[in-house]
Design a protein around this ligand. Sequence first.
Ligand SMILES: Cc1cc2nc3c(=O)[nH]c(=O)nc-3n(C[C@H](O)[C@H](O)[C@H](O)COP(=O)(O)OP(=O)(O)OC[C@H]3O[C@@H](n4cnc5c(N)ncnc54)[C@H](O)[C@@H]3O)c2cc1C
Length: 406
Amino acid sequence: MKTDADIVIVGAGAAGLWAAARCAEAGRSVLILEKTPRAGTKILASGGTRCNLTTTLGARAAAQLFGPEGARFLSPAFAALPPHAVRELFATIGVPTKTEPELEKVFPASDSARDVRNALRGWATSKGAVLQTDSEVTGVEPSDDGWRIHMGDKTLTTAIVMLCAGGQSYPKTGTTGDAYPWLRSLGLKVVHPVPALVPLISPAEWVRALTGISADVEVSIGKYKRRRPLLFTHQGLSGPGPMDASVHVARAAGTVDLHVDLLPDKSWEWVRDALMTAAHQPGAPSISSILPLQRRVLQMVSTQAKLRQLNPRARDLNKAERHRLVETVKRLAIPISGTAGFAKAEVTAGGLALAEVDRKSMQVKKHPGLYVFGELLDVTGPIGGLNFQAAFSTAELAARHATAAP
Ligand SMILES: Cc1cc2nc3c(=O)[nH]c(=O)nc-3n(C[C@H](O)[C@H](O)[C@H](O)COP(=O)(O)OP(=O)(O)OC[C@H]3O[C@@H](n4cnc5c(N)ncnc54)[C@H](O)[C@@H]3O)c2cc1C
């Protein structure tokens, strides 16, 4: 069969560049087609232009953050390329890394996302992969002995096609969900894409009144629970806690309550007992001296708990007020009417259904020679370098499998 390349990769993002380097290293001719004028635009924008490229967690703990189905699917990929191996690889291509252990993050030592993008691109092209920018793919189709890649009125042929065109978040970076219809037309199930890792909108004036305040809290919605910082904004909520929870908001219909534990280090019993004990203490302490909350947060809590005063003495609380105060501190209900949408979402949840893909190779079960990986898959991790890690690990498995045969 006469082909344009052994392997054609659609999308020069984190996943596509990684796979390209690995396949070219294995001696294959590799063509990467990228519709925008440059590679790795999302890498450049990532981590506030510092690129949180992986996590300090081990492979198992990292995979578990993708939920039960995601963890099962990703475990072979994370075992093949664990987070520490990503760091080691980047060190070999000129990007030593450093850690920010509080939130388990790993950044390039230079704090430069550009260094990460340049190193990945340089790694792929120095191994012989050809990067063709301004090259928009419009469809893929199986042929008798491989694949046809359509680019408007031009068609390329290849034995193996790797689809890693990303999701549809941050569309200005080039990701506009192009590959979903291609996958559907191949008879594959695509889980409805929704914005994720995105700020939340609250209709409540009292929420927006706290704009600029941040707090270390535990956020929960339904069965989901995670301890991470929260930031009040003029639209509602942002920061890792609310953004990690945003996929559950995006999948819910209508307004939902996000619950926030404002004192995650203190148990319900501790808060209740502290208020009761203080009610009998000399000096009649006020609740601000008992509950370690910022002044404006305490005022909000007093209002939401319908206390008669903003900062009453513990002994002046009646039983019902004390009960509401504990409830408000430990399980503040914040009404959320939606997310800030794909334009502001760091990732897309949904994508190619995991049941369609062999998790040991990233090959699509019904279509040998078609590999799908990166954000185009229905896997979504929280903030903290997990999504790049998933992109690199799934790309690694695909490249290993696609180049295994002599
Ligand atoms: C603002 C922001 C900050 C982020 N920060 C972090 C972070 O710090 N850490 C982290 O882990 N994750 C972060 N993410 C998420 C991370 O960027 C993605 O998970 C990751 O880029 C996914 O890699 P990918 O290669 O699968 O897809 P992408 O990086 O999205 O790459 C897909 C590529 O395919 C190209 N493409 C699309 N359609 C076509 C087509 N029809 N033809 C040809 N090419 C096409 C696109 O132009 C794009 O270049 C961030 C995302 C955003 C938006």
